[in-house]
Ligand binder design. Structure first.
Ligand SMILES: *Cc1c(COP(=O)(O)O)cnc(C)c1O
Length: 457
């Protein structure tokens, strides 16, 4: 008999979680105005709101915190992290920042100017925000397969080289950089292939533009390359990552994801001029060059996190758990986005709750029912998140209404995933009786999903 696969670590420290009753949850979600962001974390049994900053550090990372060097300038923790960044990504120049969006803010201060166009594969919200804030624009060049939830195409994060060439040839002089997001969060944690990274590099060279990698889930991306691109099956993750970054001019990183730390980020590049120019903005916005908004101890923990996240035994554990949940849902007939991505499972709420009118926030309704059923907190990626049209003030209805179940790194076991799957199964069996959703009582003019107050229709 083939030995089954198990986690690549054992548990040394635990944090109790509380399994509440349905009666308690009915009361709490009403007090939270049917917005899961308003719940206290103690009111949540299994928290799949985000995989950002919610991972569990290893014993080596906790030990490294104690050795953190809090010197203002030139700390050993800074050099630990700088050396790790060099060995994993191959970049000589490095600037720490307090998180990913801060890296964007510092780097885009020198690279993005009014009127610029920045193509990419479905830019992340904060990335797009920092570009648009500078009166520049993004162009989405993601492959068409990304928008078909039933397509099993393995690299739905890929950039379509023809779409990219079209943008570049139409906008000569306006495009200086492009951004490839690894994995592509907005299309469901979908990876970009090595072949595609090479192709993108070729097109970028032809038009003389620079390529930045938005790197929050770079290691998960490398895992999919190892799994699904034949010539990489026998390469180590670290070899794959080095090759991936040989096609980039620089990177921004949210260390809260594949850094496996609770806070942090950085910029890295081989472009000395970028480094020198960005340094001024780093000092203004983040802090001196050798800490940039991070504590020495956190830089130490991040250096180890980057080494651990690029270990294939870790990645196998990680991606298998996401797959485990996704496959359980598929077995129960629950409609999810396919193929299953790297950090989250996305439930197709419109297919799940066909009788709830789109005006009543289908995915938010499902998120609420799942919380009441099982104490599980997911997040809506649908009409609430899409906000209103700034001109007409009407709701914008996106193509997909999704309930995202993001899985924190090294935090839950597959038994927890079983609870999530059972909760959704119970709801799915009663879906024909669910005919009404939620109505807005109060909302902010932008980013309303964080603070919106709703009531039951
Ligand atoms: C999270 C994320 C960011 C922003 O990083 P923060 O650390 O949350 O500021 C940028 N890009 C991608 C792809 C992300 O997932």
């Amino acid at each position: 008999m083939e030995l089954p696969f198990a986690e690549s670590y054992k548990i040394k420290m635990i944090e109790p979680i509380y399994r509440s009753t349905r009666e308690q949850r009915v009361k709490w979600i009403d007090e939270a105005h049917y917005n899961l962001f308003n719940l206290r974390s103690e009111q949540v049994y299994i928290d799949l709101l985000t995989d950002s900053g919610t991972g569990a550090m290893s014993h080596k990372q906790w030990a490294a915190l104690m050795e953190g060097d809090e010197s203002y300038a030139g700390s050993s923790s800074y050099y630990n992290l700088k050396n790790t960044v060099k060995s994993i990504f191959g970049f000589d120049y490095f600037l720490p920042t307090h998180q990913g969006r801060a890296a964007e803010n510092v780097l885009f201060s020198i690279l993005v100017k009014e009127g610029d166009i920045v193509p990419g594969n479905s830019h992340f919200d904060t990335t797009k925000g920092h570009i648009e804030f500078r009166n520049a624009h993004t162009e989405d060049c993601t492959v068409d397969e990304a928008f078909d939830t039933d397509s099993y195409f393995p690299f739905k994060g890929n950039v379509d080289p023809e779409k990219l060439e079209h943008v570049l040839s139409k906008n000569k002089g306006k495009v200086k950089i492009m951004i490839v997001t690894l994995t592509c969060n907005s299309s469901g944690g979908q990876p970009v292939s090595m072949e595609n990274l090479k192709e993108v590099r070729k097109v970028a060279d032809k038009y003389g533009i620079s390529v930045l990698f938005d790197s929050a889930r770079f290691a998960e991306n490398a895992w999919f390359i190892k799994k699904n691109e034949k010539s990489y099956n026998n390469k180590t993750i670290k070899e794959i990552v080095r090759e991936m970054y040989s096609y980039a001019d620089g990177m921004t990183m949210s260390a809260k994801k594949d850094g496996i730390v609770n806070i942090g980020g950085f910029i890295a590049t081989n472009n000395q001029k970028w480094f020198e120019e960005a340094s001024t903005f780093s000092i203004m916005y983040e802090g001196f060059l050798t800490y940039g908004g991070m504590a020495g101890r956190d830089m130490n923990a991040l250096a180890i996190g980057l080494d651990e996240v690029t270990d294939s035994a870790y990645l196998e554990t990680r991606i298998s758990q996401v797959e485990y949940l996704g496959n359980k849902l598929i077995e129960n007939g629950i409609p999810i986005q396919k193929p299953i991505g790297g950090h989250a499972v996305f439930v197709d709420a419109k297919k799940f709750l066909p009788h709830v009118p789109k005006e009543e926030f289908v995915a938010q309704t499902l998120a609420n029912i799942l919380y009441i059923e099982a104490g599980v907190r997911g997040v809506e990626v649908g009409t609430l998140l899409a906000d209103r049209d700034p001109q007409t003030k009407e709701n914008r209805y996106p193509k997909l209404e999704l309930l995202r179940l993001a899985i924190p790194r090294r935090v839950y076991t597959n038994n927890h995933m079983d609870v999530v799957a059972a909760g959704l199964k119970n709801i799915y069996e009663q879906r024909d009786e669910i005919r009404t959703g939620l109505i807005i009582h109060k909302e902010a003019p932008i980013m309303r999903h964080f603070t919106v107050e709703l009531y039951k229709a």
